[in-house]
Structures are given as structure tokens and as C-alpha cells.
Design a protein around this ligand. Sequence first.
Ligand SMILES: Cc1cc2nc3c(=O)[nH]c(=O)nc-3n(C[C@H](O)[C@H](O)[C@H](O)COP(=O)(O)O)c2cc1C
Ligand code: SF4
Ligand code: SF4
Length: 426
Amino acid sequence: MADLTTNLAGIQSPNPFWLASAPPTNSGYQVQRAFEAGWGGAVWKTLGDPILNVSSRFAAVGFNGQRVAGFNNIELITDRPLEVNLKEIYETKKKFPNHAIIASLMVEPQQEKWHEIVKKVEDVGVDGLELNFGCPHGMAERGMGAASGQVPDLVEKQTYWAKEVAQTPVIVKLTPNITDITVTAEAAVRGGADAVSMINTINSLAGVDIHSWNTIPHVAGKGAHGGYCGPAVKPIALNMVAECARSPFINVPISGMGGVSNWQEAVEFMLMGATGVQVCTAAMHHGFRIVEDMIQGLNYYLDERGIEKVSDIVGKAVSKYSDWGNLDLNYKVVARIDPDTCINCNKCHISCEDTSHQCIDMLKDPSGKSYLKVREEDCVGCNLCSIVCPVDGAISMVELPNEQSPMTWNERQAALQATAAQRLDV
Ligand SMILES: Cc1cc2nc3c(=O)[nH]c(=O)nc-3n(C[C@H](O)[C@H](O)[C@H](O)COP(=O)(O)O)c2cc1C
Ligand code: SF4
Ligand code: SF4
């Protein structure tokens, strides 16, 4: 069995699967049960000045029979007194000394407030701190959470204040509600962050009840924007992790989250640069025991490839992620239909005919039986037909031999400029 132990900026955990700061980590009872189930770490539900939460907080967006394709919430940080949380953190750490407990923190952007809370949580033995600059609702209206996290100077300054007194590693949790997450990630690094984590939830309104005209969810007939997470946000989160991982200015470990539901998705995040992952929605949907499959699947994946340590896969796909201008314009793939597997549903023909390049022909063989064939010279390799095809293996995207040597857009522009310069010289 591979070594799954994880070290994120000095925070050790028996495996890379942590519960994210959210309802699953609201109390000592829950975190202890989660550790018993196998989770390697837990980021405690955000601590700060206790607040009031509203009743009716969550909503799910289903898709095609999947009840929780996306999850929306208008919950704020912990509504339990700080002293109670601190006592439970202390007890939990004593019982589980080898598991990672990270205190998620959110206070007003004032130096003494950060100093005070950092000291208090470190006194009860947490392994690290996560500064919550991401909460998109409620706290943001009071100048905290995403409101802080959208202003690079505030991210830098508050990270710095936390670091002034912190004895344990400081992770800065970033909001995705920003055009370019690397800007705030860089600000966190400038402030001295030991790691960054992403993503918190994305601004959202889950829906409107078309009969009552109430928002979903609503509180006595009124709604407010919430935070979106769960499977639907995974591609957004993965891109943000990858963008940070490939930035030369963000040279700290990344804790990745957003839609992770199984070991395969965790591996994707780690290949794209995350040292470990955090999970919220999947645990809320299926319970703590999903971690058993995650551990088993990850072990199997690593063993099958002869990889001894999970840390060996971290960042291995980052160099494959680049800017569009670095992609080879002369690389070509085409769709090929396997007539033996195809069930003649015609979905590919319709999608190519109506919304792509009209290059799947309907032909008849000598016996009069109809079949579909791609006119490869006109196929642009967009993948649409293979995406809509309901039968695995009926359409393959096949790489054609390069007729011309590789040429990226950037190289092409450079070559054109060089030619223009030569002409001017003449
Ligand atoms: C109901 C709910 C409450 C949350 N509360 C917090 C919180 O207190 N602090 C925080 O940093 N993130 C909070 N989050 C965000 C999660 O920690 C996580 O960043 C987000 O849900 C993405 O992960 P997921 O797709 O696995 O759910 C909350 C999420 C949900 C669904
Ligand atoms: S890959 Fe795109 S262009 Fe080619 S056949 Fe399929 S849908 Fe048409
Ligand atoms: S979508 Fe797939 S199964 Fe349907 S006709 Fe096209 S290749 Fe055949």
C-alpha cells in the first residue's frame, strides 16, 4: 500500500482527504466521528464573533436524476460560542493527535482582532489556521469574507497580521468571485501565507419557485444570494487550482476543493498542483463514509502504477496546462465512427449538422442499410459528436499524422513579425 501521508506547509495528516470548513466540521462530535471514519484532517467550521443564522439555508440544483448536481447555501460562519468550539477543538486534538485540525477564522479587518483570535485558537492546539476570505454572503456585507478576499491589499494585510503572531502554518482560503484568482493568491503570498486554499463558494441564486415566485431557498418570502458548490463547480475550482499552480509567483502549497466527490477527482486536483483536497458537499450528501472509498481507490490507483507516495503525483499535470497561444495549431484529430458499435441513433449527425461543421454523412451500404461516416477532410475535431454519442466506443477521436511541423499561435505571430521586420530592412 502506498504512503498516503500528507504534509501541507508543515501540517501533517494521515491522508490527503480533509473535510472543508462547513456544517460537517461544526462540532467536536462530528469531527471525531469523521476522523474515526478515516478523514485525514478537518478544517473547523469558521470561528469568529458568533453570529445568527437564518432558518432555511440550503438548496440543491438537480440535473438529470442527480439530486445534488450543485449545492447552494446562505449559511454564515459558526453560530456556536467561541469558548465551546475551543473546548471541543482541544478535546478532539487530544483524542486524535495524528489528525490535522485547522481552525478556519474570520474577523473584521483589524490587526488586534486577528492577533486575538489567532492566539486563542493556537492555545488549544490546532495544527494550522485557515483565513476565510471567501464567504460570499452575510459576512461580506459586513466587510469580511469575500468582501475582504476581493481586495488584494486587504488579503495581504490581514494575512500579514495573522502571520505576525501565528506559530502554526497559515493557509489563506480564497474566493472564486473574482476575475483572476492568481491576483489574490499572490497577495496572500506577499502577506506571508504558508499555503492557499480554494475555492470557497460561488455567488449564486439556486432558483425561483415559478408558482409562489419565491426564491429558492427563501426566508419568510425573501431571498438573498448564496454560495454555490458541489459537483457543478469542480471544473471552475480545478482551473483556479491549476492557474495558481502554474504561476511562478505562487510558490506555496495549495489545498484544493470545490466539487470533489471521489478519489478520481481528488487525483485530478493533486495532478494539477493541490497537495491535498477538502470536501464539503459530497460529505453532506452521502455522509462521512465516502472517505473509505476515497482512500481505497487512491491506494489502488497508486499501487497499480508503482507510485510509492501520494506526494509523488502532486503537480505532475501542471506543465501540460498552458495558455491558448502555446497550443499547436497544426495538431489534428478527427472523429471516426465504429459501425459495429454504433446503434444508429443519429445524435452525432444532428449535432454536427445543426451546430458544428456538417461533416457526418448519412450513407447506404450495398444492401441498402444506412450508416454514418465522417468526412475527415472537413472534420475540425471539435469532439461534439463524441460528447453527445450515448454509446461508449462508437466514436473515437483519432489523431492524424502531422502534415506540417508544430506551430503555435505565439510562434506564428513571432514568425510573421520577423518576416515583416526583414521586409522593412530590405
Ligand atoms: C452549507 C455550507 C456552509 C459553509 N460554510 C463555510 C464556512 O463556514 N467557512 C468556509 O470557509 N467555507 C464554508 N463553506 C464552503 C466550503 O468549505 C467549500 O469551500 C465549498 O463548499 C466547496 O467545496 P464542495 O464543493 O466540496 O462543497 C460552506 C459550504 C456550505 C455548503
Ligand atoms: S468532431 Fe465535430 S466537426 Fe468532426 S464530425 Fe464530430 S461534430 Fe462534426
Ligand atoms: S451518436 Fe453514436 S450511436 Fe448514435 S449514430 Fe452517432 S455514433 Fe452511432
